[in-house]
Write a new protein. Sequence first.
Length: 473
Amino acid sequence: MIKKIAPLILLALLTFQAKASADGAWETLVRSKGNYKYYPKVAAGLINEGLYFTSIPYIKEFLSRGGARNNKDVDLLIDQVITQVGVRQFEVLPNAVLNRSNAPTIKYILAKKSFRKGDYQKALNYLNGTIPREHPSKPFALLLEGTIFSILKKPKSSVAAFKDCISESKTQMNRASSDNRLRQLAINRDYCTVGIARAEFAGKDFESANSSYLDLPKDSYVWPEILFEEAWNSFYLRDYNRTLGKLVTYNAPILNFIFNPETEVLKSLTYMELCLFDDAKKVVDDFYNKYQEDTLSVKKFLGKYGKDYKYYYLLAKSTLNGKRSGNRLLNTLMDNVLRDAAYRELVDSFNLGRDEIQKVKSMRSAKMRKVFSANLRESLLLQRDMIGAYVRKTLHLNMDHLDKSFEGMTYIKLEVLGRRKKQLYYSEQPFNRARGDVKYLKRSDKQYFWTFNGEFWADELGDYVFSLRSECE
């Protein structure tokens, strides 16, 4: 709760346009007698001094107590704060409270919350016509819109939204005011680029998707995670050698932080489709040897610390500082978290808030410092816990992916036994174990043939492809 103060002088009529400064905010707070209707003016003064996190409790209190309806000045304040601190500080508010504001960033938050609940039409309703072009949240709203259309199996609308998203992201990148903002927009642009390929994949247009995936440059922050998607696309095209080539790229040392156990499942499945049963079984066995024991250990660890968000925040912080646990899997998972775009955005916002501490400490009166410090602390503790919650959630999601991968591996192991038995019973041809020939390679106009002379990962990460012959009859 916001820390309030007793009035020092009689309450006076105040206007929203009065002096906007920290001193002005303090004077307003002193005179307001705790009346929430004056909190926007308090927030305005703090925002003008760059005290965004310090202003958050006043804005939340104003919204929670029924303010902001059809108040354009307040909507502008809310937009200004959320653009700086991110959406997550306000996502924790109930929808009934958020609906009291017409700020475009609030509409985007409501759309995100509806999207997570699976209410896609409601999410679109929040987005349609509520976020003007060139608004800071517009590129991210277009990414969400394109994703929703893809889920609703409307590929034309999806692709149109993603193309609009790419254009708007580029436009705003040209006037980005900070490196953090530039990085966020670049990542958003690249997700929209990949969104086109994903929409085509969802529409089973695998040939078009295969070409569209190649539009993403390899120096993109997003590129490592889409290799797996490209591998699946090649699998559906029955280009199994290219599937294996995409997956082997994850063996590059520079990508050792990537954690996606499903890559091993797809690798084993691909070998099985080529009737290379020994290879398929080896992938399964290696998977169990690599993950089974450590998975149990990580699950025990997660059960021990429950919802201690502060612990998970400190765990991420210590990992960043080079401290490692004795569990190889947990170390890999934490490395993956530290490179996650959403995690970095949360931490960047937290650091922005910590920068306000010194500003508050330099305020002219002890009472002023005490009041505003209490509110800044409230916002920072919430941000810290949101970071910890995100780390915890990501670890749990990874455990779920591992469980599903173990199920997939069990199925493949049984299927391999069945197919191998069938092959032994009915095959009349002796097995020819010669492996690899360029005649099994396939490529498009965007793909190149490279003859390696010893080099592999030294220069760049390429689009690798195997040249294995299927042993299926």
